[in-house]
Design a protein around this ligand. Structure first.
Ligand code: IPD
Ligand code: CA
Ligand code: CA
Ligand code: CA
Length: 264
């Protein structure tokens, strides 16, 4: 388990925001919802959770920059630290009453993610990691699954709203991955997909067209749990490529090979 002043700040902020999300999830029908773009919704729950996180993180670490889904970029005086915050990852699930969503907060220091918290309010599952100190779920050390055979594996993926961007390619990728894995699922929360790989519930996950707030925390969880993460094309940095492919060393390599082959 990790006990550090930084983790305490992050966990306190996330738990506070989660209390609001849980309340709002019980009254979805009364929530104000608007559309940011086709198929892309935001609710008062997203905004309130973000305001709680922003206030708590700015108070605890004045000067750190923030990149938040709903408020965008808030520059800080300290150019070396940036929070990447998704106040509600899985908004579509949330608004449909599907209890699979989370809060995701990652801290980047000079281009490296150094701390991560993902919290799933409905299941009361708290994932934390600090660079070099391991990853934990409710204080239990995490390790990615050890399966070595794609045929035994469970793979997760995500798709953009209304199939924007990478849609035609995604359909080909899906067919290729489905043909060789034990099963493929779409859960609707990128951060929880990364967390699922970190804790060994899923073997693989890939997605394109992500944002840094979707993946900063989850990438650190996967790596601290002994997993491998690259961009979907095998590039070193998912954060700059805005895409990810992850799993254990063996299966991740095989997934990237499949995705590359589809790309031609
Ligand atoms: C979305 C979810 C979804 C993924 C989308 C994301 P949001 O985030 O993580 O699983 O497929 O690409 O935008 O909008 O619910 O925070
Ligand atoms: Ca998200
Ligand atoms: Ca979100
Ligand atoms: Ca969103």
């Amino acid at each position: 388990m990790i006990v550090s002043p930084l983790m305490t700040v992050m966990v306190d902020a996330v738990r506070k925001a989660a209390r609001g999300l849980k309340r709002d999830f019980g009254e979805i029908e009364n929530l104000q919802v608007s559309r940011k773009g086709p198929g892309d919704f935001v609710s008062a729950a997203d905004r309130k959770a973000e305001a709680t996180l922003r206030e708590a993180l700015m108070k605890a670490r004045p000067g750190y920059g923030l990149i938040m889904e709903e408020s965008g970029i808030i520059e800080g005086q300290d150019k070396t630290h940036t929070w990447h915050v998704d106040p509600l990852d899985g908004t579509t699930n949330f608004l449909h009453g599907v209890p699979h969503f989370c809060i995701s907060v990652g801290l980047e220091r000079e281009g490296t993610i150094v701390a991560a918290v993902i919290y799933e309010p409905i299941k009361d599952e708290l994932y934390i990691a600090e660079r070099g100190k391991g990853a934990f779920l409710n204080n239990k050390r995490l390790r990615v699954a050890g399966r070595q055979d794609l045929a035994d594996s469970l793979a997760l993926y995500g798709s953009p709203y209304l199939g924007r961007g990478s849609h035609p390619r995604l359909l080909k990728e899906l067919a290729a991955v489905m043909a060789v894995t034990g099963g493929v699922r779409q859960t609707g929360s990128a951060a929880l997909d990364l967390a699922a790989v970190a804790c060994g519930r899923a073997d693989l996950y890939w997605e394109r067209d992500l944002q840094t707030w979707d993946m900063a925390a989850g990438l650190l969880l996967v790596r601290e749990a002994g997993g491998y993460a690259s961009s979907a094309d095998g590039g070193a940095d998912p954060m700059t490529a805005r895409s990810v492919a992850c799993g254990n060393e063996v299966l991740q390599r095989e997934l990237v090979a499949i995705l590359r082959k589809v790309g031609g």
